[in-house]
Design a protein around this ligand. Structure first.
Ligand SMILES: *[C@@H]1O[C@H](CO)[C@@H](O)[C@H](O)[C@H]1NC(C)=O
Length: 309
């Protein structure tokens, strides 16, 4: 269209996962199934918590929020990836690409802050049990959720303003299945070295701050649990193991993509699938299977439907 000396790139092309057609079909079926499981699992957790009055406490409200966040996080990239398996040309418009960058960082950073809030909630419950109801009031809880979304928004906008104005004129192939910042800056026709450092600092600030806060809370929790009675301790420990598993599944890939990039293409793709697809899949499973209250709620829920048959 534009034959001047500066041609403008209006779309990008994903190289995707896998090469052969058979592989694409196999991946299509696998990820379609996983995505259906992500949606149904997370929606089930939310419905269960909202409908069951016995689960109306900050810990479960936050868990419902985590399911909500997980569902949207995977929905930013997974549906496009799934339909792309069946396409010869896996293109995405410039606007679509920027949208993916925006929402991945908005929701991803939101999820990190939410994990910190959940850890804080457990810290108060276990280390300051007598003050729990005053410290984690509904008011406070809603406030923390608002902070979570605001932090995600500020982080994401700060990234987007930098990359949206970059000149894209040459290569347009992205060796991945969704648009993310390190991949997009690589395509800009400027020397992106300083820019990459700036972005590493921006992402690193969010990730490292959250990670350190999480470490501090869980250290306090584990120390308190260690000193207290056996029965209470084992219950607290089981809840915290679930939390810590989720934190590891989500943070470790993010650290190796944004803070300390290894720049190994296949590994980066694998890590991206891990935090974008597997983390949202595993979260509801981990919490529901490890949590007695959630299991009881599932039983009550079933009982409820038996009665009305
Ligand atoms: C998220 O948390 C807030 C505050 O506790 C709660 O009011 C809201 O219902 C939760 N959202 C979901 C989707 O469960």
């Amino acid at each position: 269209m534009d034959n001047g000396n500066q041609s403008v790139v209006s779309e990008f092309m994903f190289l995707g996962l896998g090469r052969s057609w058979n592989m694409q079909i196999l991946l299509f079926m696998t990820f379609l199934m996983i995505y259906i499981m992500i949606l149904s699992g997370n929606i089930a957790v939310m419905v269960l918590i909202i409908l069951d009055p016995q689960l109306h406490s900050p810990m479960y409200f936050l868990l419902a929020n985590l399911s909500f966040v997980d569902m949207w996080l995977s929905s930013v990239t997974t549906p496009k990836m799934i339909t792309d398996f069946l396409m010869e040309n896996k293109t995405i418009s410039f606007g679509g690409c920027m949208c993916q960058v925006f929402f991945v960082h908005f929701i991803g950073a939101g999820e990190m802050v939410l994990l910190v809030v959940m850890a804080y909630d457990r810290y108060v419950a276990i280390c300051k049990p007598l003050h729990y109801s005053t410290i984690m009031s509904l008011h406070r809880c809603i406030g923390l959720v608002v902070i979570e979304w605001s932090a995600g928004f500020v982080h994401s906008v700060s990234q987007l303003v930098v990359i949206v104005k970059l000149p894209f004129c040459g290569p347009r192939e992205i060796d991945s299945f969704f648009c993310d910042i390190p991949l997009v800056t690589k395509l800009a026709c400027i020397d992106s070295y300083n820019l990459d450092i700036l972005i590493n600092i921006d992402c690193g600030l969010v990730i490292v701050t959250c990670f350190v806060l999480l470490l501090i809370s869980y250290t306090y929790i584990l120390l308190t649990v260690h000193q207290s009675s056996k029965t209470g301790a084992s219950k607290a420990l089981s809840t915290c193991t679930a939390h810590i598993t989720v934190v590891v599944i989500f943070f470790v890939p993010c650290i190796f993509i944004y803070v300390w990039p290894l720049n190994i293409t296949w590994l980066d793709k694998f890590l991206a699938v891990f935090y974008g697809v597997f983390a949202p899949l595993l979260n509801p499973a981990i919490y529901t299977l490890r949590n007695k209250e959630m299991k009881n709620a599932v039983k009550r829920f079933r009982g409820y439907f038996m009665v009305f048959k």
